[in-house]
Design a protein around this ligand. Structure first.
Ligand SMILES: *[C@@H]1O[C@H](CO)[C@@H](O)[C@H](O)[C@H]1NC(C)=O
Ligand SMILES: *[C@@H]1O[C@H](CO)[C@@H](O)[C@H](O)[C@H]1NC(C)=O
Length: 591
């Protein structure tokens, strides 16, 4: 039955024109990307059936090259005449659109291989992404690839991927990335940057602290972080948002993690009583679910702190699915299960997007192929150009955690930068602990990308740090790479309600939503003063050290080293420091 359907579907396009035939008959295939070995944690499970269908995403090269990035910097650089003049969806689409020749070449190639380009299940409004259903047999012919079913034991997930792929030489100028090919990450295999420290006995802590003096951090915050602790630490106590009809804070969730509404109410009753009754919208992306009987640690942490700190600013929780999960041996078609592209293409297709978006997931940069990582990174740049601040947790493994070995076949020990934190167009948030003063927490992810060059906005302060470092860690990190994190916030002992019980949760996953909430309040402040949102924040951060509290001690050990030390000024543990809302208000108004 099934193959009959496919026959009917593909037959009309199998007859290629003589012209196309000459062009694509026997092209010289040039490798686009390959791994030297099966990615760590994955194993080959079986050979997929030749007519198994995968949704192939094709990312096309931009006709206008780097113009989007230039525009992004102009609208994000304080003092620039274009500062804050964010681009509309149509303007961004025009800057990232492919050249007509690229579209023609790709469509001709697809047709030659029996794939009808007009039947694409998804074409982004800019035309820069095409999604077409192809069979494994077609994909293998087109890409000179060999697909396998690979299994990831830790997350019990299966994917259909290849260890390498090629494209006809002519197409290298037209296609940036094809996926699924060599990127193995899935919605389930990604790492969340949070962990439960312990379940907390209900010891009736003095946590509500309603009559707080803005400048005083309650002593209880040394062992238990609550909303009032963070309000005092980051100076947001007493600020009342008013642009609530247009300002939105978004939380991007993966891993089939669900933010629980009843738990939020329990949390608010306890830690932000005037917000009781406030809820959030859940937006389901790519068959994401919203199972209210299955509260997630990460999802609850994120939403309880974003809602609790930004109240009454509306919050949206995006639940991005990877369903239907791929089950080998069943004859079901499957989507690609990717965490980034589906969510990004979804959000970029919306006319209105949240002005602040936080995500607490990531992975080692070296496990993400460069072509895939750079394509995704540029999609974050599109969000920034449209006026959204995109924040990511910097990771919970210091400079690299347990596995510091390179995967390029040389097996050298190197610090392991994280993705997307290492993308220069996101704001990466590291972690602190203690109060009065806060110090860097040892798991705070930080370092230097090997994929993305150091952007101008941070070069001066980062180069000064590297120079001061001398020979420490020399050879273990890339001194010319994009350095992160950009900012930090508290990352341990967060009180979170999960399934009705009180837990203590830690991780830079706690830090990122905290900074996101402060940014949302700053956006509120700008919007209520008739200005635009902040958008891509990094140029402002590095130009305004006085808006942040510098964290000057602690370090982030890993890879059998002490990692990087936190110091005066920027450092790859806590970035430029923690936000001071009161100090940032005049800065963002005058930007
Ligand atoms: C918060 O704001 C007050 C002024 O209201 C200021 O004195 C203080 O230094 C600020 N920073 C922090 C981290 O409390
Ligand atoms: C270091 O970073 C630069 C700039 O991004 C890059 O071109 C280079 O390949 C990186 N070096 C290594 C060893 O990864």
């Amino acid at each position: 039955m099934r193959s009959l359907v496919f026959l009917a579907y593909f037959l009309p396009f199998c007859v290629s024109t003589p012209l196309a035939s000459k062009r694509w008959d026997d092209p010289e295939l040039v490798e686009k990307h390959s791994w030297v070995a099966v990615p760590s944690g994955w194993e080959l499970h079986s050979i997929p059936s030749a007519d198994h269908v995968i949704d192939m995403r094709i990312g096309l090269a931009k006709e206008k090259g780097n113009e989007l990035i230039s525009a992004l910097y102009e609208v994000s650089m304080p003092g620039h005449e274009r500062y804050g003049k964010h681009l509309s969806k149509e303007e961004v689409d025009a800057l990232v659109a492919p050249h007509p020749d690229s579209v023609e070449a790709v469509e001709s190639w697809l047709s030659f291989h029996g794939v009808n380009p007009d039947d694409s299940s998804f074409r982004s409004s800019s035309g820069s992404w095409i999604t077409v259903p192809v069979t494994v047999a077609q994909a293998e012919r087109m890409l000179g690839a060999e697909y396998g079913v690979y299994y990831h034991a830790e997350s019990a997930s299966y994917v259909v991927r290849t260890l390498g792929y090629s494209l006809p030489r002519e197409l290298h100028d037209h296609i940036k990335v094809m996926s699924p090919t060599t990127y193995f990450g899935t919605v389930k295999s990604m790492k969340t940057a949070s962990f439960i420290q312990q379940e907390v006995e209900d010891e009736d802590e003095d946590e509500t602290a309603t009559e707080l003096d803005a400048a005083v951090v309650p002593s209880s915050c040394a062992s238990a972080i609550t909303i009032s602790c963070l309000q005092a630490l980051y100076n947001t106590t007493g600020y009342v948002p008013t642009a609530t009809d247009r300002n939105i804070l978004g939380v991007a969730g993966y891993l089939e993690e669900f933010a629980n509404r009843a738990d939020l109410q329990t949390f608010l009753r306890r830690f932000r009583s005037e917000a009781v009754g406030t809820t959030f919208d859940t937006v389901l992306v790519n068959d994401g679910e919203d199972d209210q009987s299955d509260p997630g640690v990460e999802a609850n942490l994120d939403i309880q702190y974003t809602v609790g700190l930004s109240f009454p600013t509306p919050n949206i929780y995006y639940s991005t699915g990877g369903s239907p999960p791929f089950i080998p041996d069943s004859d079901t078609s499957t989507n690609t299960n990717e965490p980034y592209l589906d969510w990004l293409n979804f959000i970029l297709a919306e006319d209105t997007i949240p002005q602040t978006i936080t995500t607490s997931y990531g992975e080692n940069e070296q496990t993400v192929p460069f072509d895939y990582a750079s394509s995704v990174c540029e999609l974050f740049a599109e969000l920034g150009a449209r006026g959204s601040t995109v924040l990511f947790s910097s990771g919970d493994s210091g400079v690299g955690g347990s596995d510091c070995t390179t995967n390029d076949g040389t097996n050298r020990v190197r610090f392991q930068p994280a993705f997307p934190a290492g993308c220069p167009f996101v704001t990466a948030v590291g972690g602190t602990e203690s109060v009065n003063p806060e110090v860097a927490v040892d798991f705070s992810g930080g370092g230097f990308s090997n994929y993305f060059a150091m952007p101008e906005y941070q070069a001066e302060t980062v180069n000064a740090y590297v120079a001061d470092l001398g020979t420490t860690n020399a050879g273990l990190f890339n001194t010319s790479g994009r350095a992160y994190p950009d900012l930090a916030a508290h990352g341990v002992d967060f009180r979170v309600i999960i399934g009705g019980s009180l837990f203590s949760v830690g991780g830079t996953s706690a830090s990122s939503p905290t900074v996101a909430a402060v940014v949302a309040l700053l956006n509120d402040y700008r919007l209520s003063n008739g200005l635009s949102s902040l958008g891509f924040l990094n140029p402002l951060i590095y130009a305004s050290p006085e808006g942040f509290v510098d964290i000057t001690s602690g370090s982030n050990p890993g890879c059998d080293t002490d990692g990087f030390p936190a110091t005066v000024g920027w450092d790859p543990v806590t970035g430029m420091g923690t936000p001071d809302f009161v100090a940032l208000q005049p800065i963002v108004l005058g930007a």
